[in-house]
Design a binder for this molecule. Sequence first.
Ligand code: SF4
Ligand code: SF4
Length: 396
Amino acid sequence: MLTRTNVKNGDELSILGFGCMRLPTKNGAIDEQRAIPMIHDAIENGVNYFDTAYIYHNGKSESFLGKALSGRYRERVKIATKLPHYMVYKLDSAKKILDTQLSRLKTDYIDYYLIHMMTDKPTLDRLASIGVMDWLEKLKEKGTIKNIGFSFHGTKADFEALIQAYPWDFCQIQYNYLDENNQATKSGLLLAASLSIPVIVMEPLRGGKLVTNLPEQVKKAFDNVGSMKSPAEWALRWVWNHPEIMVVLSGMSTEEQIEDNIRIASDAMPNSLTQEELKVFEQVKTILLEKTKIPCTACGYCMPCPAGVDIPGCFARYNDKYLLGDKKAKIKYMQILGLMQAKPANASRCKECGKCESHCPQKIAIRNELKTVSREMEGFFYKPLTVVLRKILRVK
Ligand code: SF4
Ligand code: SF4
């Protein structure tokens, strides 16, 4: 496992960080029998940065991680977790949240503490005005928090304002070959580096979109150049090629993903891609951007929907139709969103309350997009057909 040095504090961090938002699940809960050995295996293979958040897995990710790391593992790794600022309107709420996090994580200090999903400077100003930033600094003096940072999903201009507005110890941005000019952008990454602020990257595979169901044209373009084995390897190597990036988080869900990512991280040196390899990404980007209709990363921040819509699920099926040219896309949409869930979760169930939209880091006009999905994927017979099929399936 390669490491990179945190220029602020000298920490030697594995270039692969374990994102604990997509852990394997069973019957709706984290499958601990699988996930705990996965965490231990990653540590034994050199991963030493674990990223979670107050809200991941409906609040269960931190408790799981605390359990997995209890005992001899805690001191071998750095824990990153996040303060959900959208739940903090007075200082006491932040204090209560941190107490809960320390108790869930079974630790008395957090190595990397982020303000979660901070998208603009007014949010920082609001938190400062209720005393949150002063409180974080005092916690840092006491050693309860080692590093103060923020995770970001706003615009380039907002990132530039935020990164310069406070002496951050680190920051976390969404970055992958499809998002080079989206959100913080490459110029934001370079700005952070010029300020000596270490950068953690999330969504290097864009919620799996740069790996699964890629169009044949993309696979061929990659196969024609270089010797990398998989689309995941291409995508991760592109991110690690940037020397300004310290850790790349991968939300690993299976043993195979861990094994593969550890292998890739063993020789992903900065500036190691050839000019020819870098050129193929331009070709691939053009193909994908033409085919991706809705830029959903499946982060799940918009969920749960009070009307039961599986928002990222609807967008994923709809995008697949265009990415894959899949003629069975509508059937799969009905199977997955109409028949295979305890309750139907298809797009036309949306009641247009708008609750989801303010949580979307990609600024997707969810209500409008769901109308499009419903129009294109459901049609007139969708509802009666699912009612009948659900009855039949129940009889079976
Ligand atoms: S706008 Fe629609 S999809 Fe969004 S939370 Fe409300 S009902 Fe759910
Ligand atoms: S719609 Fe937005 S918030 Fe919801 S999963 Fe997609 S990107 Fe995330």
